[in-house]
Design a protein around this ligand. Structure first.
Ligand code: CA
Length: 235
């Protein structure tokens, strides 16, 4: 069971979702605008965020972007806009999934269940979902096509041939394969992987991505540049 934050300014809808999620055993908190959502993310470290797009003040996209500067927890966007462009944009700011309004609560609960199954829950994890703080998925290595990454042995192979990666390159690759299809901003990657460095500039990230892509050969194309944001791994 998870700590879930609902960010929705329609109180009636928020209360319905809260009741349904609590009935499933989750611990639920509510925010009714963007700024208080950001404050609750910091103070409560929710394990999943349900985030409405249309909010007063700071909208859901901006909230999503701000959360993604420092956190990895799954974000489910609620939106009344069904157009393709908006959906892609929602994913590019770092949301994991979305539900288009109006939706049935059964549909929403099914999405939440699926998202919670996908993340590797760590019993210790009162910790935020950071690259360093979250547990690697249980059960050994992570495979995407010809690529296999072993978080415990800190080794990676491509077509069964070992990859010669620096520690930073390995950390980047592990983050990508653990969270496929998620866009990571350069500032997020810097804040998570370059904590001990003094010269933290965005171009450091780009340089490491370039080298990592080269080492992955043709498979390096799967690390996609997300324009004006950063990078995403598409398995
Ligand atoms: Ca709303």
């Amino acid at each position: 069971m998870a700590r879930i934050l609902i960010v929705e300014d329609e109180a009636a809808l928020s209360d319905i979702l809260r009741a349904d999620l609590e009935a499933e055993g989750h611990t639920v908190s509510q925010a009714f605008d963007g700024p208080s959502a950001l404050a609750l993310v910091e103070s409560q470290q929710p394990q999943l965020v349900i985030l409405d797009w249309m909010l007063p003040g700071l909208d859901g996209l901006a909230v999503c972007r701000r959360i993604r500067e420092t956190h990895l927890m799954p974000i489910l966007m609620l939106t009344a806009r069904a157009s393709e462009v908006d959906r892609v944009l929602g994913l590019e700011v770092g949301a994991d999934d979305y539900v288009v309004k109006p939706f049935s609560t059964q549909e929403l609960l099914a999405r939440v269940r699926a998202m919670l199954r996908r993340i590797a829950f760590d019993a210790r994890a009162a910790l935020p979902y950071t690259a360093t703080g979250s547990a690697p998925p249980a059960g050994g290595s992570i495979a995407h096509g010809p690529l296999r990454v072993d978080p415990v042995a800190r080794s990676a192979t491509l077509d069964d041939a070992p990859l010669d990666l620096t520690p930073k390159e390995f950390d980047l690759l592990l983050l990508f394969v653990t969270y496929p299809n998620r866009a990571f901003s350069r500032s997020f990657l810097l804040s998570q992987l370059w904590t001990d460095d003094f010269d933290r500039i965005d171009r450091v990230v780009d340089a490491h991505i370039t080298r990592l892509r080269k080492k992955l050969g043709p498979f390096g194309d799967r690390i996609v540049t997300v324009w004006s944001v950063g990078y995403r791994f598409e398995p």
